[in-house]
Write a protein that binds this ligand. Sequence first.
Ligand code: B12
Length: 295
Amino acid sequence: MSKLDDPRSGYISLRFPEAELTVDTISQFLGELVRTDPRNALPEGDNVPIWEEPVVGIADAADPLFDTLREPRAVGPYHVKPDFWLPEAKSVISFFLPFSKEIKRSYERSSILPSLEWVSGRLNGEVFVNVARRALVRLLERQGGNAIIPNLDLRYGSQGFIPNWSERHVAFVAGVGTFGLHAGLLTKKGAAGRVGSVVTDIPLPATKRPYTEVYEYCLWHFDRSCHSCIPRCPVNAIDENGKDHVVCTSNGRINIRPEFQEWGYHSCGHCQTHLPCSDRIPPKIARHLARNAGE
Ligand code: B12
């Protein structure tokens, strides 16, 4: 029996594109998954959707930026290159899923505590990120290729906060977005969301990165006109030099309602919500980039 006939997943009717795989057809495939898969829903309340349609990018597995990621200033030598996961790796597909309006709206501007919707969206939403990662693997295998999900692979590991495969840094290489002062990935659909990736041996057309700088979409780095994420953090983990990850950790696990902890819900999202970059590239930067592109 082929993998596609696996009865455990047979009840989900994925519509695989017949057209050539490009960033557009893969975006449509994942977009449809987000719109139609019943698992893209909070288990609580009115079962609002967790995610909106993704921002997708494709990196050439041989992109020299994967070497740059191994430099200490970026991630470091513990970070591996695509061919670690698949010796014949040709491409890396990366996607950013933005949280739905309902989840973002649930996050009160003035509370130091995250909303139920947010912490549920973080846990149950990560399950859906895995649904999307696995759907991509099925799509690529159906095309005769091999595909690996580094973050779900047994060889995935971390040394403290340093992973051997960083979803944000890979997204940066794949043209999905840049970083913000808050250290989050910042895409054309904002920073409030999560990231996934898949490595494949199918050669796919790489996305041309619409940026060159690490913090290009961040207003602080653009002209110092915004540092909204600094006062947003209830534990002062962010300052003008960036985010202190140790201090950051203290909020998500400590400032949390006890019943949420019982359900395995934790984490916060102050540095992803109620910011000029939460839902989009700040308009001032978007206009600047559009002007430059038109020149
Ligand atoms: C360890 C970890 C944490 C740690 C440490 C965070 C960190 N930034 O390292 C703690 C527990 C604090 C944490 C907190 C959170 N996390 Co977390 N975390 C991770 C994990 C496992 C690895 C992060 C990592 O790569 N660290 C490595 C170091 C090197 O990263 P860094 O210091 O931020 O990198 C800087 C340097 O590289 C610098 N830089 C300097 N020179 C150069 C040169 C180049 C070329 C580049 C590209 C960069 C660069 O730029 C970066 C930004 O400043 C990833 C999952 C994964 N495997 O990717 C999720 C992940 C980063 N977390 C995520 C989220 C959502 C969160 C939280 C919002 C909590 C939540 N709701 O889940 C917070 C805040 C995130 C933030 N803004 O950093 C998302 C990010 C989503 C996004 N929009 O960016 C991820 C990708 C999980 C996922 N699958 O979506 N997290």
